[in-house]
Design a protein around this ligand. Structure first.
Ligand SMILES: Cc1cc2nc3c(=O)[nH]c(=O)nc-3n(C[C@H](O)[C@H](O)[C@H](O)COP(=O)(O)OP(=O)(O)OC[C@H]3O[C@@H](n4cnc5c(N)ncnc54)[C@H](O)[C@@H]3O)c2cc1C
Length: 411
């Protein structure tokens, strides 16, 4: 039984169907709605380059024949009885459970964020409604300070707020009003990104594009009426329009399920096998896991191979494969038809070089090829990732070939 039919839930159900064949296992996917949104496309919606129709497809149509899709909200999991209680009151039993319910946005957890000004002067592009509303607000914006603020980590796709800044820079240039707009990026981190080499590149790019950066700003309050972000230590950033990445947590049902989640509602797992720490017959894929890597669709894709193999091994009574290395891969749209690419894992930070080998896409460098890669990712998502197929030439493990590895530290 797979809880959640988003990126991770869909691809693992399809992979398992292919791997186990009919008759070996009955595969059921449960999700609360039937609209599968291509979330990476939300970045482009505020700039008029994508809309609800192009980003959304029926969830039930993404599954291979033989998979049962059930539309229902999960209320809680009873780990002792191997049962899931649904919000409609029904109980469903499982032999193996895959948690794929992702992360939840928690805008109401920040004081004032959903108060006056929410969706008129303060927006998020992390939801379809927010991204569409922001499109109107951006079109009407003709000058002043636009603050792009991350409330706290972890967030899905941590480079997306930076990409938003780059695209906003290009958008206002195209409209001929860039000199009237003060673009300010507000982050709780001590730099634009967590990893040093990547931080250096992205900070340089923000500077080149005239984006001011305010670091170590932990927003405690958003005053939409007054146009102010207020940090816990009393600093203030004024704005005319704010684009906010709300706090993220796990799903509420995880918190209601004794023994399943941590205090944030994420599910603790063995970071190499992706088996939950709660029970051996529970596996986790995607943003719901508590692992120290980015919350990204590419991660769910790379995890899929390991989770499917380990479920097959668990069913056969064999030892699990500790093969997941934290592989993450993200295109970073930098505006004007260019993008960067980063590729890293638990042990290796994003480095310069090429991906997936010596003659591949340039890493940590703006290029038109990477922009085309970002656009192609949309097609790959529906036709390769979700059906649970491999991307030719790109394995689950992070490739070391093509990367400029730093010299080994002297002994
Ligand atoms: C703006 C934006 C840009 C992004 N850009 C990129 C990018 O460029 N590259 C990249 O790799 N990733 C990107 N991501 C991240 C990527 O979309 C997510 O990491 C990925 O979708 C996670 O997959 P998942 O299966 O864990 O969760 P999701 O795909 O979010 O699926 C979770 C599913 O669980 C269901 N669910 C939740 N609670 C319940 C419940 N109680 N009962 C029943 N069903 C429930 C939901 O309805 C949902 O369908 C971006 C995300 C955003 C928001």
């Amino acid at each position: 039984m797979v809880l959640g039919g988003g990126t991770g839930g869909t691809l693992i159900a399809n992979r398992l169907r292919r791997m186990l064949g009919g008759g070996v296992a009955e595969i059921v996917v449960i999700d609360q709605d039937d609209d599968h949104v291509y979330q990476p496309g939300l970045l482009f919606a505020p700039f008029g380059k994508a809309g609800p129709a192009s980003l959304t497809r029926p969830r039930h149509r993404q599954f291979r024949p033989g998979i049962t899709f059930r539309q229902a909200a999960v209320d809680r999991v009873d780990l002792d009885r191997n049962e899931v209680l649904l919000a409609d009151g029904s109980l469903v039993a499982y032999d193996v459970l895959v948690i794929a319910t992702g992360a939840r946005l928690l805008p109401e957890e920040t004081d004032g964020l959903t108060g006056p000004g929410w969706m008129t002067r303060v927006f998020t592009f992390y939801t379809l409604d927010g991204a569409v509303g922001l499109r109107r607000a951006l079109a009407e914006f003709d000058g002043g300070r636009l603050a792009v603020a991350v409330m706290d980590m972890p967030v899905k796709c941590p480079v997306a707020p930076l990409e938003f800044c780059f695209l906003a820079d290009a958008y206002f240039r195209e409209r001929g009003i860039r000199d009237k707009v003060d673009l300010t990026y507000v982050t709780p981190l001590d730099g634009a990104f967590t990893k040093p080499v990547c931080n250096r590149e992205l900070s340089g790019l923000l500077k080149d594009k005239g984006v001011s950066v305010i670091t170590e700003f932990n927003t405690g309050e958003v005053d939409g009426d007054g146009g102010r972000l207020v940090s816990f230590d009393g600093r203030e950033v004024s704005f005319d329009l704010a684009v906010v990445i709300p706090l993220h947590g796990g799903q509420a049902y995880v918190e209601r399920s004794p023994g399943l989640g941590d205090e944030l509602g994420f599910v603790p797992v063995d970071q190499r096998t992706l088996q939950s720490k709660a029970r051996p017959n529970v596996f986790v894929i995607g943003d719901a896991a508590d692992i120290p890597t980015s919350k990204a669709g590419s991660v769910a894709h790379f995890e899929g191979e390991v989770v499917a193999r380990n479920i097959a091994r668990y069913l056969a009574g064999e030892p699990l494969d500790a093969a997941f290395d934290g592989h993450t891969n993200c295109f970073i749209e930098s505006g004007s038809g260019k993008a960067l690419l980063i590729d890293f894992n638990y042990d290796t930070e994003p480095l310069t070089g090429r991906f997936p080998g010596g003659i591949g896409l340039p890493l940590l460098r703006q290029s038109r090829l990477n922009h085309l890669g970002k656009l192609a990712f949309g097609w790959l998502y529906w036709h390769v990732l979700l059906p649970g197929r491999e991307i030719p030439g790109v394995g689950s493990r992070m490739p070391a070939a093509g990367k400029h590895l730093p010299p080994a530290a002297p002994r």
